[in-house]
Design a protein around this ligand. Structure first.
Ligand code: ADP
Ligand code: MG
Length: 286
């Protein structure tokens, strides 16, 4: 679905006279293959290159060196840009910058309207997209009356209504409260598991990577670790080197295991942890 080979990207920093004063190599030797239907998370501390990588995935920027292909289309060929943007939708951090209309359903209809989709089909798509993110009953509301998490789900529905095969979300939960974050992650997970849409989720909240098939850890413009969430969580010292800490549930699970309490390796969510603790208590006859 997406392939990157030896990708580097450099930003030119310019002074007031537009002279280049320094060059920032934000990506350096990035290689990966993402299969259709995969759910990939990308984590890394601030400035590690996550957003720069995300922008390559729908040709917002193109590599300084190397090549990115989306559905076999080279992103640096301008003739491919439109097709690539229809294949890969983007969701950003701030929902207020992504919602334009005064009514929820009009906002979700905006994308397909611009694509020239027939009116009847537009409303079918709007219905289905709002239903998928659990926002159908707010269809006639003003986005101003929604919480951050609800707005972000409307933004996701807006991308969904354009029927992309892949959605890239760049820290979609960074501005949300815990409940809003959970709802957005649930909606994103559902898009992947139920609709089969490729998800690339960029986050710095470790606990948000647990539903993904594979995780890329970024540091200084490179992918420095790659594996399943459990593979990543088992490597706490290496993560710390890259400025990343384990989520609270994983840390607590480690402590319990050291105390000989039986917690399986694939327990990542608070609910799973609580059930395991209760199960242990039952076995002890409590
Ligand atoms: P992340 O999303 O992981 O925080 P970014 O991709 O935004 O990282 O940034 C990677 C590096 O590129 C950082 O060192 C950042 O300062 C630099 N950078 C990002 N955007 C620009 C820009 N528009 N001009 C110059 N440097 C930039
Ligand atoms: Mg970023």
């Amino acid at each position: 679905m997406i392939k990157a080979r030896n990708v580097a990207f450099e930003y030119n920093r310019r002074d007031n006279n537009n002279n280049v004063v320094s060059i920032e190599r934000a990506l350096d030797g990035v290689d990966f293959d993402i299969k259709p239907g995969e759910f990939i998370s990308i984590i890394g501390h601030n400035g590690s290159g996550k957003s720069t990588l995300a922008k390559h995935l729908n040709a917002l920027i193109t590599p300084t060196e190397g090549t990115v292909w989306v559905d076999s289309l080279d992103t640096s060929d301008e003739l491919n840009t439109l097709k690539i943007r229809q294949t890969t939708g983007m969701v950003f951090q701030n929902p207020d910058n992504q919602i334009i209309a005064d009514v929820v359903e009009e906002d979700v209809a905006f994308g397909p309207e611009n694509m020239g989709v027939p009116t009847e089909e537009i409303w079918e798509r709007v219905n289905k997209s709002l239903m998928t993110v659990d926002m159908l009953e707010r269809r006639s509301d003003s986005p101003n009356h929604l919480s951050g998490g609800q707005k972000q789900r409307v933004a996701i529905a807006g991308v969904l209504s354009m029927r992309p095969r892949c959605i890239v979300l760049d820290e979609p939960t960074a501005m949300l409260d815990p409940a809003g974050r959970r709802d957005v992650i649930d909606a994103v997970t559902k898009l992947n598991k139920k609709e089969g849409i490729n998800i690339i989720l960029i986050t710095h909240y470790m606990e948000e990577i647990i539903h993904s098939d594979r995780v890329f850890v970024m540091n200084k413009g490179k992918i420095v670790m790659e594996g399943s969430p459990s593979y990543i969580f088992e490597r706490a010292p290496e993560l710390e080197e890259y400025g990343l800490g384990l989520p609270a549930v994983t840390r607590i699970a480690h402590i319990l295991r050291n105390g000989n309490i039986n917690i399986p390796a694939d327990v990542f969510s608070p609910d799973e942890l609580v059930s395991c603790i209760l199960e242990n208590l039952r076995q002890y006859g409590c």
